[in-house]
Design a protein around this ligand. Structure first.
Ligand code: HEC
Ligand code: HEC
Length: 285
């Protein structure tokens, strides 16, 4: 019978839609971003990091990279601890993104040394031969403008010191970008290093086939940082037999926390053992 009274019908329909809208769209604003979501260890960006973030937005890095680890097993195994809402309180706007042409960057901070980022940003293929990421070498030619960054910090209400602002003199957008990269995802403690399963006995000690397989794996995974023949670069020179096989396995498998030596557990233990055999028993060039 309501449908015969258009005005009343219209009012009731509007009220019904409004109630739905308030429950599903307005109330959540009161539920999220409350004090309960805050994480004490998450800090605002420094002026340098904030400048890098602005360049990230200008260059549209978020068209290829997400910044959120979803609470899915595959995501957590690949990138680490899933993202918490409280980690983004200082992200205005947030840069979660929706496309992963490149990998997620939410847990990037501390994964690589600064030097790796400088080289990778300037020429991604120099670090990852098959990379299709564009080069951003020009960032090192663009000087930062401390006055402009001071205004950004004021608008955002983030704390900064005069020393931090004057330290921006002479810095480039490249420095800012690397500082921003190293900040990502560091607001919460790193998950414990992957535990090694099974006993640590070299299954193919000094085996020539394993050394050859290790050589290939080294070229693909390690040479960018440790040099073509392990003679050093971003990472140190790797002398044969300076570590016991088991120790070496553990370092490659779990990485060396916060020093820029990534973990290679994703290769699986057979390949890591092949690498151990190559590093320890290769003939030096
Ligand atoms: C056209 C898509 C594309 C754009 C645009 C892009 N990237 Fe990438 N990025 C990739 C791909 C693909 C990879 C994986 C290969 C590699 O490491 O180079 C990658 C890798 C990375 C990595 C290494 C991540 C890791 O965990 O190994 C970083 C850091 C990075 N990109 C930062 C940036 C920044 C900063 C920008 C913007 C200045 C940017 N990318 C723009 C595609 C892109
Ligand atoms: C992103 C750069 C990077 C990549 C890729 C990388 N490493 Fe490292 N690696 C480092 C850095 C930096 C250190 C120094 C860490 C420290 O000692 O604090 C290191 C340290 C090491 C050490 C200990 C050396 C010593 O004398 O203390 C070994 C062994 C090692 N890496 C092996 C490997 C192997 C094998 C691979 C390939 C599977 C690899 N690394 C890939 C950066 C890298």
């Amino acid at each position: 019978m309501w449908e015969k009274k258009p005005v009343l019908f219209l009012l009731l329909a509007t009220a019904a839609i409004l109630v739905g809208t308030i429950i599903t769209m307005v109330l959540p604003f009161a539920w999220v971003n409350t004090e309960g979501d805050r994480i004490a260890t998450v800090t605002p960006y420094t002026p340098l990091q904030q400048a890098g973030r602005d360049v990230y937005i200008r260059e549209g890095c978020n068209n290829c990279h997400t910044q959120t680890v979803r609470p899915l097993v595959a995501d957590v195994l690949r990138y680490g601890e899933y993202s918490k809402s409280g980690e983004f309180v200082y992200d205005r706007p947030h840069l979660w993104g929706s496309r992963r042409t490149g990998p997620d960057l939410a847990r990037l901070g501390g994964k690589y040394p600064d030097a790796w980022h400088y080289q990778h940003m300037a020429a991604p293929v120099s670090m990852i031969p098959k990379s299709n990421m564009p080069a951003y070498a020009f960032l090192k030619d663009n000087q930062l403008d401390p006055g402009y960054i001071r205004k950004c910090m004021d608008v955002l209400g983030f704390p900064y010191t005069e020393a931090e602002i004057s330290a921006l003199n002479g810095k480039t957008e490249m420095d800012a970008m690397v500082a921003y990269m190293q900040k990502l995802g560091t607001g919460i403690p790193k998950a414990a290093a992957a535990a090694v399963i099974g006993d640590l006995k070299n299954p193919f000690p000094k085996d020539a086939t394993a050394i050859r397989a290790g050589e290939q794996l080294f070229a693909q995974n390690c040479a960018a940082c440790h040099g073509e023949h392990g003679d050093g670069g971003i990472g140190p020179e790797l002398e044969p037999e300076s570590y016991q096989d088991a120790e070496l396995f553990q370092m490659i498998y779990s990485g060396i926390t916060d020093n820029g030596m990534p973990a290679f557990s994703a290769l699986g233990s057979t390949k890591v053992w092949q690498l151990v055999n190559y590093v320890n028993y290769r003939k030096e060039h």
